[in-house]
Design a protein around this ligand. Structure first.
Ligand code: FMN
Length: 163
């Protein structure tokens, strides 16, 4: 519980000083609907076994799909994919409108463009305050030599513009 003098806006702003990449993480819902969300909490976790983690807000529409899914795909976005990031950060929207995807492991959708791709098997789910921490075992991965998209202080940046 926040103490009365806890400054939420300042906490958010302070966290924003941590520059991250941007990912879109996708899965296939129980109803065969494609599900995806923009995520910057992605990080590497373990080399042996190969694992990654990320966290999803408990109020996200896509949470039940990710809690039930056996597989999900992490797409690291390239510098030119700011519009895609904005699209997948739209709560509850049909974010795949007009996007052709391929079927990855377990049918989880693979987006046509990305700087890197990690196809994961859901390994663990943990409570983390108002988020659920999702740990995936990396089954397949691939990398393009694209410049990545960067998110810093609430803005999309090029990798050379972190002044
Ligand atoms: C750059 C960026 C990074 C984000 N990272 C996260 C994140 O790590 N975890 C999260 O739960 N939401 C994150 N969000 C917010 C979600 O993308 C947003 O809440 C989305 O609407 C959730 O979709 P849903 O409600 O349809 O599941 C991020 C948004 C942006 C723009």
């Amino acid at each position: 519980m926040n103490t009365p003098d806890f400054d939420k806006a300042k906490f958010r702003k302070t966290l924003g000083q941590f520059a991250t990449g941007v990912t879109v993480i996708t899965t296939l819902g129980a109803d065969e609907r494609r599900v995806g969300v923009t995520v910057s909490s992605f990080n590497s976790l373990s080399m042996n076994p190969p694992m990654i983690l990320w966290s999803l807000g408990k109020s996200a529409y896509s949470l039940p799909a990710f809690q039930q899914a056996d597989f999900f795909n992490v797409h690291v976005l390239g510098a030119e994919q700011g519009a895609l990031s904005r699209c997948f950060s739209n709560p509850g929207a049909d974010k795949f409108n007009g996007i052709k995807t391929q079927k990855g492991l377990g049918g989880a959708p693979v987006l046509p463009e990305h700087a890197a791709l990690f196809e994961c098997k859901t390994a663990h789910l943990y409570e983390g305050g108002d988020h659920i921490i999702i740990v995936g075992e990396v089954i397949k991965f691939s990398c393009n030599n694209t410049t990545p998209l960067v998110f810093h202080r609430g803005q999309y940046r090029g990798i050379d513009s972190l002044a």
